[in-house]
Write a new protein. Structure first.
Length: 253
């Protein structure tokens, strides 16, 4: 199924968030990973300018968010919900690892809407809330300092969801940078460089064709490691040509 469609089927549910800034941070975390469906269960303070500030370009996610008065209401229509908990509880589903559980979440998303459920900043999820979920996840952390900021926990799960939706290889777009400044050099252009190098090195006495040793194979190996572009060949050959002009080596006259 289309990865974007899968991601659009994941609801992020924040239960009783206390700080509007965290709601904004969660919206931003979601949008950067291609999620957009945000549910807020009894937010203490929302809407709020602090939420907008922390959301930056993801205010649209905040504006489209749905406010409910219970987790049950927020989960209506979903077929599978994962609880995010910093610690194992007596009750509730067994704790799983984020990657495996998100893989399951995405499989379920093929069938319908699913949810990632996060708890309150101070209390976490209540036992009652956890019991509404069919799976639970703890993000592995430093055991001496295990509680992530709410927005950060949302980011980790949204990232894992994106990775899973795109089978581990989401496309990357580097803004403002062309990945290849010039087209790759053809093999005959690369051979031209080797010939030019050999000529200059022979003329300067650095290379003795009578006793070639491993110099040329080593240089081939060096350039073979990088994928030379046309421009780069031109630069290197320009450097060689300028040495020839300066030293007089290789001049026809
Ligand atoms: N003090 C609370 C943690 C609150 S952090 C507690 O001990 O439960 C707010 C929310 O972020 C948590 O309810 C949980 O949904 C999520 N979260 C934070 N750290 C997490 C972790 N290591 N693994 C999974 N979820 C985490």
């Amino acid at each position: 199924m289309n990865p974007q469609l899968l991601l659009s089927r994941i609801r992020v549910v924040l239960c009783r968030p206390s700080h509007p800034g965290n709601i904004g941070a969660a919206a931003r975390a979601m949008k950067t990973m291609g999620l957009s469906s945000l549910y807020l269960v009894e937010p203490k303070q929302f809407p709020d300018p602090e939420a907008d500030v922390r959301a930056t370009g993801a205010v649209d996610v905040l504006q489209a968010s749905k406010i409910t008065s219970s987790l049950k209401e927020a989960l209506a229509g979903t077929i599978f919900a994962v609880a995010l908990s910093a610690r194992q509880r007596d009750l509730g589903p067994e704790i799983g690892a984020p990657r495996e559980t998100v893989a399951r979440l995405l499989r379920e998303a093929e069938q319908g809407e699913v949810a990632l459920v996060f708890g309150n900043e101070t209390m976490g999820l209540s036992n009652e809330e956890i019991l509404h979920c069919q799976a639970a996840v703890t993000i592995p952390t430093n055991p001496d300092f295990s509680s992530l900021n709410l927005g950060s926990a949302v980011q980790v799960l949204c990232y894992e969801s994106r990775m899973a939706a795109f089978a581990g290889q989401p496309p990357i777009r580097v803004l403002g940078v062309t990945p290849f400044a010039s087209p790759p050099a053809t093999l005959d252009e690369v051979e031209g460089l080797y010939g030019h190098l050999e000529k200059v090195m022979t003329d300067t006495g650095f290379y003795n064709p009578e006793q070639p040793g491993r110099l040329m194979p080593k240089l081939r190996r060096l350039f073979g490691r990088v994928r030379l572009e046309k421009d780069e060949i031109n630069i290197l050959r320009g450097v060689l040509a300028s040495t020839q002009v300066k030293t007089g080596y290789g001049r026809k006259d």
